[in-house]
Design a protein around this ligand. Structure first.
Ligand SMILES: Cc1ncc(COP(=O)(O)O)c(C=O)c1O
Length: 427
């Protein structure tokens, strides 16, 4: 017993020392937020849907790194491919050809919609968007972009300039000029904003950070028609929706749309490696890279380790038909969340989303925060959406089991009941 107490004290001291280093050397505000949100522990290992913490507890990952862990944590096929590559050559000299990059680009061309044939590789979603914006300007000779209110495309200067929330743009202004923001899901608004200097319209097929807002059927295809007529490009940002998350391989498959440029990241790294990819048409390739193949580059982009992870992740996604699993498991999760909504109509206003990209909207932001905290104490990770903190999102691995879904729904229901009781007592 004494030994146990000593051990517990040692673990707590260890956790506190890491938290303190975050406070001193990483980001004091973030450190406070994580602790306050019920995440004052260390993640030490993970497998499938489960993360093990330094305190000895485990939790189910229903945030899934905002869509990173579609094939699960440490998927054996991805880990093995990466280990194999690590023992041979992890990074490129950038002087020679590297095979994993060629194979991954070929596979992306095979599965991407329409004639998206060429891929520029980078290391993150924001970089994939940066490349898309630059390719659009260079290949059209035009400068303006149309994006949507609530959109999230990243936080580098270019991607931030098309991110639809003033709060994140304003402190860093002036932005890259030329972006008009229009309401999401309004093709009329895009029609009104398009002109002869529009290089591209950039859209998510489900606004993730905007609060899990799916495109209404017909919206993306109508924007496709409008952009084509205006001589502008359509960039579809599939960084969060791509590779099965919404129940189709790509979100734009729901509307049968072929964009000119598509961005991928998150799940493409198989939950093991960071990677970004911008996939585009031969015409864009010619116009952008024709004269100078080095016009846009990235030192680490297309490295062997990341591409080996990407290949293994794609092969697993196709072999296991993860899009279908997202539909089936998504239905179970949505039904479960809806039954919680029916028990708490005063706290919750809507359950929405596609596949395993689901969001629950709360009437009041405080209840959402308390619920996330209560779920964490019950061993389930959830998170709010960055541009709409009233929405809790659920994006577990697409490999999640029925039992894990039921556990998460139960934790969600209990955490809401507790939050409502607490607020009732305060009132
Ligand atoms: C749709 C979308 N685009 C771009 C990004 C930026 O990706 P990253 O954080 O890897 O830069 C995100 C991140 O959440 C995203 O959801």
């Amino acid at each position: 017993m004494i030994v146990d107490q000593d051990e517990t004290a040692a673990i707590e001291a260890h956790i506190n020392s890491v938290v303190e280093k975050y406070r001193q050397y990483v980001n004091p505000g973030l450190s406070r937020l994580l602790q306050f949100g019920g995440f004052g522990d260390l993640e030490v290992s993970a497998e499938g849907c489960t993360v093990t913490l330094a305190s000895g507890g485990t939790c189910l990952d229903f945030l899934g790194g905002y869509g990173v862990f579609s094939v699960g944590h440490r998927n054996p096929a991805v880990v093995s491919a990466v280990k194999h590559q690590l023992d041979r050559m992890p990074l490129s000299t950038r002087a020679y050809f590297n095979e994993p990059q060629a194979l991954l680009a070929e596979m992306l061309a095979e599965i991407a919609p329409g004639n998206l044939t060429y891929t520029f590789f980078s290391n993150s979603g924001a970089e994939a968007v940066e490349a898309a914006l630059k390719l659009a300007r260079k290949s059209t000779g035009r400068t303006k972009f149309i994006s949507t209110e609530g959109a999230y495309h990243g936080k580098t200067m270019g991607s931030l300039a098309v991110t639809g929330r003033e709060k994140y743009r304003k402190p860093f202004g002036p932005m890259v000029p030329g972006t008009t923001f229009v309401p999401y899901n309004s093709a009329e608004a895009i029609a009104a904003a398009l002109d002869s200097d529009t290089a591209a319209v950039i859209l998510e097929t489900v606004q993730g950070e905007g609060g899990i807002v799916p495109a209404i059927p017909g919206y993306i295809s109508e924007v496709r028609r409008l952009t084509e007529a205006a001589g502008a490009l359509l960039i579809i940002d599939e960084v969060q929706t791509g590779l099965g998350r919404t129940g189709k391989l790509f979100g734009c498959n729901h509307d049968g749309v072929q964009p000119d440029v598509m961005t991928l990241a998150k799940a493409l790294g198989g939950g093991v490696m960071p990677i970004g990819a911008t996939v585009f048409t031969p015409g864009i390739c010619d116009a952008a890279f024709g004269e100078n193949p080095y016009i846009h580059t990235s030192t680490f982009g297309g490295n062997q380790l990341a591409c080996a992870a990407g290949l293994a992740a794609l092969q697993f996604t196709l072999a296991e038909d993860l899009p279908s699993r997202a539909v089936k498991s998504g239905t179970r999760l949505k039904d479960g969340l809806t039954s919680v909504l029916e028990s708490h109509p005063d706290a919750l206003t809507e359950v929405r989303g596609l596949g395993l990209m689901l969001g629950v909207e709360f009437a009041v932001q405080d209840v959402a925060e308390l619920t996330i905290n209560g779920m964490a104490r019950r061993g389930v990770i959830a998170g709010y959406t960055l541009n709409n903190p009233k929405v809790i999102r659920f994006e577990p691995p697409l490999t999640v089991s029925e039992h894990e879904i039921d556990q998460a729904v139960q934790a969600f229901g209990e955490a809401i009941a507790e939050a409502m009781e607490l607020l009732h007592d305060i009132d």
